[in-house]
Design a protein around this ligand. Sequence first.
Ligand code: AMP
Length: 399
Amino acid sequence: MRLPFLGGNTLFESTKVTFADLGLSPETVEHLKSVGYEHPSPIQRDFIPPALKGVDCLGQSQTGTGKTAAFMMPVLELLKEQQEEPQALVLCPTRELSEQVAVEAQKISRFSKLEIAVVVGGRPLKAQMQKIERGVDVVVGTPGRVIDLFKRKSLSLKNIRLAVLDEADRMLDIGFRPDMEFILKQCPKERQTLLLSATLPSEVERLANRFMKDPVRIDIEPQNVTADRVEQFYCTVDENRKLQLLIKLLVQEKPKQAIVFCRTKRKADQLYNKFQTRLDGVETLHGDLPQSKRDRVMKQFRAGKVRMLIATDIVGRGIDVGGISHIINYDIPEHSDDYVHRIGRAGRLSSEFSGRAFTFVTQGQGNELTKIELLVNKLIPEYKLDGLETHTPRERRYI
Ligand code: AMP
């Protein structure tokens, strides 16, 4: 069963508002049209006007909703003149996401003369230092490398007018709290701070209370996006039958491109080793791999050469690849919030079709499934594959 072809970005067309209504300059609106952005998405519609007024904004929105442009448009609009030192800093949890943010920023800023630098670990430090030396206006990067460059006195933060914390919940999960705090303390107090987060747990609230001034809150419900665009199922299975189930599912579903999520790097490697010799176009992506390999894999995945990517949450998050038709949660996510991020990889705005997500649930994980259902606010149906004994029957429990 295939999902109906959506034929366009229904999410955008649902907003009658235009970019001009949001207070963006006519040149920006014209440029956006030329890159195919006709209508703002809900997060853009709600986030851009207050951000343009210069106030701190806290937006709850997941990737795939156009959130990058939601914060990047005001940033680029508010920084008009080129200056010697960086004026805006965007912190992201991963290297891949930093690069994606920079690509999006380039796309929407092509008409402006602002220089954007990506500073992430795993890449030659020298090239990044030279780029900064030549003069950049916007720095996008991961906290570790930002601090490294700051301590080496290559990167100055004293001229920062806008600080953006992208995927703040994820940065806190990874353990970047001290780094983020350190960085924000080095930025001028009278800056504007924009924070984007898929979820708003108390740690994010605490960070906002400490480093933001009466932020305007913009909440876009995650389920509006994921539930609409991704058809979700769960499969009950015993741990030792997961591989069999996955193979059968792949044969049946014939995904255009799929991401298979595992909880640990080790598990991702093990699964990859099992597939490597059986199937072409399989790759793995996790935080232990050298940056060059991660880049190569991402490039091949974007180009459609890799059809199945076996990944962990950290790198899987934020990937914006239009061809992803299937998400397979080989392991149910440890934190239910991650579920939303994982399935958000399919049914992206940049994709012309919606996706399908399958979550493998072993005995005793019923409660974890229920938590996910509460989060996405819907009951996920069970998916049964003919002729495959995947589990010892069990009862689902609901809380
Ligand atoms: P993001 O949520 O920032 O990862 O964006 C998801 C995708 O939507 C990216 O590929 C963007 O280029 C695209 N996008 C963002 N805003 C718009 C818009 N207003 N119209 C069409 N596409 C958009």
